[in-house]
Design a protein around this ligand. Structure first.
Ligand code: SF4
Length: 685
C-alpha cells in the first residue's frame, strides 16, 4: 500500500512547527520531517516526533455519551443534540458559560464564541489562556496597544543578547530554544534567570537562580543599573515612550539597588550588575518569557516590567529585540484572537464598545439579538461564582479543555463543576472533566481536520486532514453548527466547509482582513496584522510606532509585591509548578502516547539535597506534600538543580495532581491564578 504524506502543524506547543503525517491504509502511522517550514526547518522535538501515537488510541471517543443514573450510555447524535438543545434553551443567557479551546482551530473558537454570544446570548466565554498568558494580553496591550509577542521566532536567532526569564524554553518550546542557541553561536550572550537550573539554564553564559515571585524587584533592579550607568536608549525613551520619569523615580529607589534586590531574590548582586550591563550595552536584546512571569497575582505587573525594560533599552520595533511572550498551547494565540475571551470579540475588539457590539450583531444577523455589551466572567471567576453564589451559573459547554486537572485548587474546581445543573464536554478522550459531564460529544483531533491555527509569533498557518475521525466523531465546527441549527439558528450557521468560517472571520477582524486560504496555503503562512490582501504580514510589531492610537509606548512605574501566600512556620517551603519535555499539560494526549509515557510514566517533586537531608528523604522515596488546600503523595527527586527552600512539581499527572496544592489567588486585572508560588509542607511517608 502506498504511503501518503500530509503536511500539518504540531498539536502541542505554540511554536507552530510543521511536519508530515504519514498515512497508510487511511490511518496515521507516523510523522516525517517537513523541511519547507521556516520555523522548524524539518526539525521537531520529542513531542512532535511522536505526535501520531495518540491519534488512533483505543481510548478515543467514538460516539456521543449521555449520563443516565450516573453511568454513560451511548447515544445517537440526534438524541444528544435534542437533549442539549432542550436543556440549553431552558436557561437564561447568563446562566450559561462556555470554555473554548487552545487545541482547536481558529474557526472553531470563533464559532463557539458566536454560539455563546449569539445563540445563548451569554457574556461568559473564556479558555485556558486565562491560566497561562491572560497577563500577557493585558500587560502588553497596556504597554504597546497590542497584547502579543512583538517579534518573530526567526528574529531571535539574530539577537546579540537573549534574556530568558521565567521560561524553560529548551524543554517547553524546544525549537524556539534552538533559535536562542543560534544567537549564542553567532556571538550573542545568553542570560537565563529561573528558580530551577533547567536545561535552558545549563546553556546560559550567565545563569541566576531566584525565588519565584520576585520578578518585578529583579527587573526594576536591572533598569536602575542601566539608568545609573547611562545605558538607556535616550532617543527611544524621549521620542517613543510615555511615563519614563515616573518609572525612573521608582527603579532608582534604594530598594532596587542590586545589594537589596539580592536579599529579596536570592541573586548575587554581581550577577544582577553583569546582566544589566549585557542587556544595556547589547546592540539588540530579545527578552523571552513564559509562565514564570505570567502566573502570579502580579502577572500583569511582571509583564509590564518586561515591556519597561525593552522600551528603556530601545528593543521594541528592533530586529533581534522585542518582548517575546512564548504562548503555551499550539492555538492559544488564535483562541484569544478569535474573541474566546470574556471582554473582546475577534481581534481584541471590545465587547463594551457600542459600535463594535453593533458591528457583530449586524454581521451575524440573529433576529433576537446577541448578548449584552458587557464583559463576562473569566474561567477562574466562573469557578468562584459556582461555589460562592450557587444558582447564578447553571450550565456549561466545554470544548477541548480539562479544568479538572489544569486549574488551581482542584478540590475547589471539583466542587464548582459539581454545582452545575448541566455540563456538556466535547473532546477526543474521556478526560477528568468529561467524566463529570451530563453529555459527552466525540470530536476530531488535529490529524482529522483542516482549518487554521495562530502560533505564538502571530503566524497563521493551515492544518490539513490526514485521516477520518474514528467512529462517529466529528469536527468541532460541524458539531457547533449542527447544534445551533437544532436550536433554530441554521441561517446564522450555514457553513458547508471550514473555509467559509475563515472568510467570515477575515471580514469582521481588521488584523486578519487580508488573509484567505489561498494566501495561507504555503509553508510560511502570514503574521498578523495583515490588513489587506496585498499586505505581506507583520513579523515585527511596533517598528516606528506602537499600536496605541497616539503611537507611543507606555512605561509603567511598578513597585514589587510578594506573592499572595509565602512560606511560614506551618508551610515552610515555596512551591512552584511547571511542565516537562515529554508531556503536555493535562497529559490527555501524551500519556496516551506509548513512547512519551514510557519516558516519564508519573510525576515527582524536586527537592534540594539540603532540604532532603533535613526531611530525612532519599531520592525516589515517597513524600506527602500538603498545602492549605489539599494533600498529595508523590516520589521525591533529590536534585541540586533546585534552590534550598523551593519545591517544584510538573502538573501533568492525575495520580499526583500538583494543582490539588496550588492557590487560586488571582491577578486583579488578568484574573490569572498564582500557579508559580504558594506554601507547602513536605513529610516523608
Ligand atoms: Fe511541537 Fe512545540 Fe515540539 Fe515544535 S517545539 S515539535 S511545536 S511541541
Amino acid at each position: 500500500m502506498e504511503l501518503k504524506y500530509v503536511q500539518t502543524t504540531c498539536p502541542y506547543c505554540g511554536t507552530g512547527c510543521s511536519f508530515n503525517l504519514v498515512v497508510k491504509d487511511g490511518k496515521v502511522v507516523g510523522t516525517q520531517p517537513y523541511t519547507r517550514s521556516p520555523v522548524n526547518e524539518g526539525r521537531v522535538c520529542p513531542k512532535g516526533t511522536y505526535a501520531h501515537e495518540f491519534v488512533n488510541s483505543p481510548d478515543r471517543l467514538t460516539k456521543p455519551l449521555i449520563k443516565k443514573d450516573g453511568k454513560f450510555v451511548e447515544a445517537t447524535w440526534d438524541e444528544a443534540y435534542d437533549l442539549i438543545a432542550q436543556k440549553f434553551k431552558s436557561y437564561k443567557p447568563d446562566e450559561f458559560a462556555a470554555l473554548a479551546s487552545a487545541r482547536v482551530s481558529n474557526e472553531e473558537n470563533y464559532l463557539l464564541m458566536k454560539f455563546t454570544r449569539g445563540v445563548m446570548k451569554s457574556r461568559h466565554i473564556d479558555h485556558c489562556a486565562r491560566l497561562c498568558h491572560a497577563s500577557t494580553v493585558a500587560g502588553l496591550a497596556a504597554s504597546f496597544g497590542s497584547g502579543a509577542m512583538t517579534n518573530s521566532i526567526l528574529d531571535i536567532a539574530e539577537s546579540k543578547c537573549v534574556f530568558i526569564i521565567g521560561s524553560n524554553t529548551f524543554e517547553q518550546h524546544p525549537l524556539i530554544g534552538r533559535k536562542a542557541m543560534q544567537a549564542k553561536l553567532n556571538g550573542g550572550k545568553l542570560i537565563v534567570f529561573d528558580p530551577r537550573y533547567t536545561p535552558t539554564a545549563k546553556q546560559a553564559d550567565l545563569y541566576a537562580s531566584f525565588y519565584s515571585g520576585t520578578d518585578v524587584a529583579i527587573l526594576n533592579c536591572l533598569m536602575g543599573e542601566i539608568i545609573r550607568n547611562g545605558w538607556e536608549d535616550k532617543e527611544w525613551v524621549s521620542t517613543r515612550a510615555k511615563g519614563y520619569e515616573e518609572l525612573k523615580a521608582v527603579v532608582l529607589k534604594d530598594d532596587y539597588l542590586p545589594e537589596n534586590v539580592s536579599k529579596i531574590s536570592g541573586i548575587p548582586a554581581e550577577q544582577l550588575k553583569t546582566a544589566a550591563e549585557w542587556i544595556g550595552t547589547a546592540e539588540s536584546c530579545a527578552l523571552l518569557y513564559s509562565m514564570g512571569i505570567t502566573q502570579h497575582t502580579v502577572g500583569v505587573d511582571n509583564v509590564k516590567s518586561t515591556a519597561n525594560l525593552q522600551m528603556l533599552t530601545g528593543n521594541i520595533g528592533r530586529r533581534g529585540g522585542g518582548v517575546n511572550a512564548l504562548r503555551g498551547q499550539n492555538n492559544v494565540q488564535g483562541a484569544c484572537d478569535m474573541g474566546a475571551l470574556p471582554v473582546v470579540f475577534t481581534g481584541y475588539q471590545k465587547v463594551t464598545d457600542p459600535a463594535t457590539h453593533k458591528k457583530f450583531a449586524d454581521a451575524w444577523g440573529f433576529p433576537d439579538g446577541i448578548c449584552e455589551p458587557k464583559n463576562g466572567y473569566e474561567v477562574t471567576v466562573m469557578m468562584d461564582v459556582l461555589t460562592d453564589n450557587p444558582g447564578e451559573l447553571k450550565c456549561m459547554y466545554i470544548m477541548g479543555e480539562n479544568p479538572m486537572l489544569s486549574d488551581p485548587d482542584l478540590n475547589h474546581v471539583r466542587e464548582a463543576i459539581g454545582n452545575l445543573e448541566f455540563l456538556v464536554v466535547q473532546d477526543i478522550f474521556l478526560t477528568e472533566t468529561a467524566e463529570m459531564a451530563d453529555v459527552v460529544l466525540p470530536a476530531a483531533c488535529y490529524a482529522e481536520r483542516g482549518g487554521t491555527q495562530t502560533s505564538t509569533e502571530r503566524r497563521v498557518q493551515m492544518w490539513r486532514k490526514a485521516q477520518d475521525p474514528p467512529g462517529e466523531a466529528k469536527e468541532d465546527w460541524q458539531i457547533i453548527s449542527e447544534l445551533a441549527a437544532k436550536m433554530g439558528y441554521a441561517k446564522q450557521f450555514p457553513y458547508q466547509d471550514i473555509e467559509e468560517i475563515f472568510n467570515e472571520i477575515a471580514a469582521v477582524t481588521p488584523s486578519y482582513h487580508g488573509m484567505n486560504y489561498e494566501r495561507l496555503n504555503k509553508p510560511e503562512g502570514l503574521h498578523w496584522p495583515c490588513p489587506t490582501t496585498e499586505h505581506p504580514g507583520t513579523p515585527i510589531l511596533h517598528i516606528g510606532k506602537c499600536s496605541h492610537p497616539d503611537g507611543m509606548g507606555v512605561m509603567h512605574a511598578i513597585e514589587w509585591k510578594p506573592p499572595a501566600e509565602v512560606p511560614d512556620e506551618e508551610y515552610p517551603y515555596l512551591f512552584t509548578t511547571g511542565r516537562c519535555i515529554w508531556h503536555w499539560h493535562t497529559g490527555s494526549m501524551t500519556r496516551r502516547s506509548e513512547t512519551l509515557d514510557a519516558e516519564v510514566p508519573t510525576g515527582w517533586i524536586e527537592i534540594s539535597p539540603d532540604d532532603a537531608k533535613a526531611l530525612g528523604v532519599q531520592n525516589k522515596e515517597m513524600v506527602r506534600v500538603t498545602s492549605r488546600r489539599g494533600s498529595i503523595e508523590v516520589p521525591a527527586k533529590v536534585t541540586p538543580d533546585i534552590k534550598n527552600g523551593v519545591m517544584f512539581m510538573p502538573f501533568h499527572f492525575v495520580e499526583c495532581a500538583a494543582n490539588i496544592l496550588t492557590h487560586n489567588a488571582l491577578d486583579p486585572i488578568a484574573k490569572i491564578p498564582e500557579f508559580k508560588a504558594c506554601a507547602v509542607k513536605v513529610e516523608k511517608i
